[in-house]
Design a protein around this ligand. Structure first.
Ligand SMILES: [Zn+2]
Ligand SMILES: [Zn+2]
Length: 273
């Protein structure tokens, strides 16, 4: 038994991933999220709003640069207003698109982010000009995913994430196994697990954290990532952070006790206790 495998800390006093209505698929003003976080007794909340670049064939579910201007100005006002009650971070969830890596790098360099989350929501299936949203729950999108071979799409997804954590100046990897979460028949293959292990190694190398995302508990009864990946992460001493991925103010900080329990249970299990 090593000390590291039993004592992985998880700070559940900060929710490091919440959205706002600015991304066009969430509801609530920034201030409502701050008030919800205070009500939950949190010490901190970090906005992690969606940035995407060059996505074709999908409706906009991300902020424009003008939106980010408004986000920073309101965020800074809230930081001043609530400074005695809670710490507020202004971050970004950068969805990676390999076709636009340079533009994403320069857009990220333009602002002073408190956190840079990395994710990949959209992939371009082989031979296609348009992107497919792997996080959509819409029947039409799910039918197209099934047509294209979900296993192959996940190969592309994990490969894209691996490139993203190497290329972008990220600080946190978001909802690692959240792709295709609305296809219940999906099973990760050995090849996917190999990629995930490479990702965990890359996180360490790039001083990034792995997000434990409690939105999975509402969707599939378990956080993202699943227990077996959490086990791999704890074995590799990957720093873990807690997030709700709230898209409504009332979701801030939800199920954080369960995140903590999952980490404790998995650590004890690894230590053979
Ligand atoms: Zn979102
Ligand atoms: Zn996301």
């Amino acid at each position: 038994m090593t000390a590291s495998s039993t004592d992985i800390p998880l700070n559940t006093a900060i929710d490091r991933h919440v959205h706002t209505k600015l991304c066009c698929h969430a509801s609530g003003e920034m201030e409502e999220y701050v008030l919800a976080a205070i009500q939950q007794g949190l010490d901190g909340v970090i906005f992690l709003e969606h940035m995407e670049e060059g996505i074709r064939g999908a409706e906009r579910t991300w902020l424009t640069e003008d939106d980010f201007d408004a986000y920073f100005s309101e965020g800074k006002r809230l930081q001043r207003e609530y400074r005695k009650r809670i710490s507020i971070g202004l971050g970004v969830e950068c969805g990676y698109n390999p076709d636009c890596s340079q533009t994403l790098i320069s857009r990220l360099a333009r602002r002073d982010w408190d956190e840079i989350g990395i994710s990949c929501h959209f992939v371009k299936p082989p031979g296609c000009k348009e992107h497919l949203n792997l996080f959509s729950r819409k029947e039409g999108t799910l039918a197209r995913v099934r047509d294209f071979d979900p296993e192959l799409l996940l190969d592309i997804y994990f490969e894209t994430l691996l490139e993203a954590v190497t290329v972008l100046p990220g600080t946190q990897l978001c909802h690692l196994d959240g792709a295709l979460r609305f296809l219940p028949e999906i099973r990760l293959t050995d090849k996917h697990f190999e990629k995930i292990d490479q990702l965990l190694i890359a996180l360490k190398k790039n001083l990034m954290t792995l997000e434990l995302n409690s939105s999975g508990i509402a969707i599939r009864g378990e956080q993202f990532p699943t227990r077996s990946i959490l086990k791999m992460a704890i074995s590799r001493n990957t720093p873990l952070v807690s997030s709700s991925d709230a898209h409504k103010p009332e979701e801030v900080g939800r199920y954080f006790n369960q995140l903590k329990e999952a980490v404790t249970r998995t650590s004890l299990n690894l230590a053979g206790r």
